[in-house]
Design a binder for this molecule. Structure first.
Ligand SMILES: *Cc1c(COP(=O)(O)O)cnc(C)c1O
Length: 337
């Protein structure tokens, strides 16, 4: 099967499983797991932060980060389709009693800082206190320019806000820009990074930040049920991924570009290959043809999420040859549609 639904579908490679099986472990709730500690230290060092904490998911690491930045009743500004606003079941409000202030993303995936400024509430008893700005990088496959990140960080500092990055795919951004991940991550007060997306580990996210911040986050993680015991088995997969699966993200990006170029001009499919920056290709089509396309692709061993706004994601388990097969299957469908 060629699975284009997400980069979360990758399965651990044989070499990664070997590292997992051989991992030295301990009870991480007691702080005893050397492999978890190594992963946290490694990511703190790579991102230019003081400390890191391992989480079972990016949803939980974002939530714990937001809760450590904002107290009950305080507000965070976030993209209207930002993961922590739209795709985390409202956890920040339900579990954190935090008040989200959504704002539409600009076409490049940034938040317009003038619009953010207008949303910051004055110190007045009518309003929730604005505490935090949340950015996402990559946002729907789009990479935020380094100059914008610097500007946003300076803006937040000037306005007394903390700034958090949902960096589920920040390694894709770094590879696309040709910079170490620290060049992006060190501008933020905290960053949540996923090991289970393009990096190909089965489970796990790490939140990085200052030592005192991570100490607060540690208590919140326990509260949310995220304290794990012999988690070194999972952390070993993350360490393996950091060693072997970062530079190769460039292959996923090249495959996405090849895919987009191979689909351009098909009658009935709207797509601009110039918009492909990392491992995601977006295209749109007539809603009434989506089921037929999904079935046609299924017969060719290709899996997509059925949606008139198609999102096709390349990853570790999609080869260049697979991309050619996908292009051929799309041509087969749209030539007869
Ligand atoms: C996947 C993702 C997360 C975290 O998701 P989990 O499935 O909980 O690990 C957070 N933010 C973005 C942008 C994501 O794509």
């Amino acid at each position: 099967m060629i699975d284009l639904r997400s980069d979360t579908v990758t399965r651990p490679t044989a070499a990664m499983r070997e590292r997992m099986a051989a991992a030295e472990v301990g009870d991480d709730v007691f702080g005893d797991d050397p492999t978890v500690r190594r992963l946290q230290e490694r990511l703190a060092e790579m991102t230019g932060h003081e400390a890191g904490l391992f989480f079972p998911s990016g949803t939980q690491s974002n939530l714990a980060g937001l809760m450590a930045h904002c107290a009950r009743g305080e507000e965070f500004v976030i993209g209207a389709v930002g993961h922590s606003f739209k795709y985390e079941a409202g956890g920040a409000a339900v579990l954190g009693s935090l008040w989200p202030q959504p704002l539409e993303y600009e076409p490049d995936g940034s938040l317009d800082l003038k619009k953010v400024a207008a949303l910051i509430k004055p110190d007045d008893a009518h309003f929730a206190r604005t505490r935090l700005l949340v950015l996402e990088n990559t946002q729907n496959g789009r990479v935020l320019p380094l100059s914008y990140i610097e500007e946003a960080a300076a803006f937040a500092r000037g306005r007394g806000l903390a700034i958090h990055l949902d960096g589920a795919r920040v390694f894709n951004a770094a590879v696309q820009l040709g910079v170490p991940v620290g060049a992006i991550a060190r501008r933020f007060d905290s960053v949540s990074l996923c090991l289970s997306k393009g990096l190909g580990a089965p489970v796990g996210s790490v939140l990085v930040g200052r030592k005192d911040f991570i100490a607060r986050v540690h208590r919140i993680r326990k509260m949310l049920g995220g304290g794990m015991r012999q988690a070194g088995v999972l952390a070993a997969a993350g360490l393996y991924a950091l060693e072997h699966h970062v530079a190769r993200l460039a292959e996923d990006h090249a495959n996405a570009r090849t895919l987009a170029e191979g689909l351009v001009g098909l009658p009935g499919l709207k797509l601009d290959p110039a918009l492909v920056q990392t491992n995601m290709v977006f295209a749109s089509m007539a809603p009434e043809k989506v089921d037929a396309l999904t079935q046609h692709l299924q017969q060719a061993g290709i899996v997509i999420l059925p949606n008139p706004n198609l999102r096709l994601v390349t990853h570790l388990d999609v080869s260049r040859k697979d991309v050619d097969a996908v292009i051929a299957a799309f041509h087969g469908f749209f030539a007869h549609a």
